[in-house]
Design a protein around this ligand. Structure first.
Ligand SMILES: [Zn+2]
Ligand SMILES: [Zn+2]
Length: 255
């Protein structure tokens, strides 16, 4: 039985990016302070707001890491090439293949990185709940990525609901990365940051900066032949993503 890469439609409960909900959170401290519950409610609201900012920071970190892997990662680099870059290239070629990995196989390396981060913060006397939350949420970034490739039956009703609430990234949002030259929409945790980063052309600006400063050139993805070659071909046609270079999305998620 085969599944499409991004199988399910996840209708939004609010706006597609989730930014409206995030903006509403920013008003909570003032509202809570005016309520009879007073300071306790206000601090709970501040806690919620700070937690959202931590999640957005994790999302940004996932985007930066993913962009570095996709843009400059060399499969021949010792250790990192075999452990990170090769599986990443394989994921572009066969987006659903990594679903066969167990939770521990998918998240083990990030959990180790999270533990090292917490230990480093503790040793420097900088440990706060924000660091712990960043490590905990960040350690599950690959699992959140997997959920974006799963059917509702595979990921379960609760995760599907979190995607509908735009608290986790949706299949449709992540599907944008797998279209065309896989050189956009690198953040994999929420729907909130990708639209903003793409509008600001952050990744292209960073690439231009690194090219000018250090002569670094983005590499072509050997698994798809995309990137430089793919981009040139796409641009030569219509300036839009070519149908041939596009991974098929089911009609249910082309919204
Ligand atoms: Zn990628
Ligand atoms: Zn993916």
């Amino acid at each position: 039985m085969t599944f499409p890469a991004f199988p399910d439609a996840v209708p939004a409960l609010s706006d597609p990016s989730g930014l409206t909900a995030l903006a509403a959170l920013a008003t909570l401290p003032a509202l809570a302070a005016a309520s009879p519950a007073g300071a306790a409610a206000a601090s709970a609201a501040v806690f919620a707001l700070e937690f959202v900012l931590v999640v957005l920071l994790v999302d940004l970190a996932s985007g930066v890491g993913h962009w570095l892997e996709d843009t400059y990662g060399n499969p021949d680099t010792p250790l990192i090439g075999r452990l990170v870059i090769v599986p990443n290239l394989e994921h572009h070629r066969q987006p659903r293949a990594f679903l066969a990995k167990s939770w521990l196989e998918s998240c083990g390396d990030l959990m180790l990185a999270g533990a090292l981060l917490v230990a480093a913060a503790w040793s420097l006397d900088l440990l706060t709940w924000h660091v712990v939350a960043f490590a905990l949420v960040g350690s599950q970034a690959n699992q959140i990525h997997k959920w974006a490739h799963q059917n509702p039956q595979e990921k379960g009703a609760f995760v599907h609901l979190l995607q509908r609430m735009r608290l986790l990234q949706t299949p449709r949002e992540h599907g944008r990365h797998h279209q065309g030259a896989t050189d956009s929409h690198y953040c994999t945790v929420t729907n909130a940051l990708n639209p903003l980063l793409e509008r600001l052309r952050i990744w292209r600006r960073l690439e231009n900066l690194l090219a000018r400063a250090f002569g670094l050139r983005p590499r072509t993805d050997p698994s798809t032949g995309q990137r430089d070659a793919g981009r040139a071909a796409v641009k030569a046609r219509t300036g839009a993503v070519s149908a041939a270079a596009r991974l098929p999305l089911p009609s249910s998620v082309r919204r």
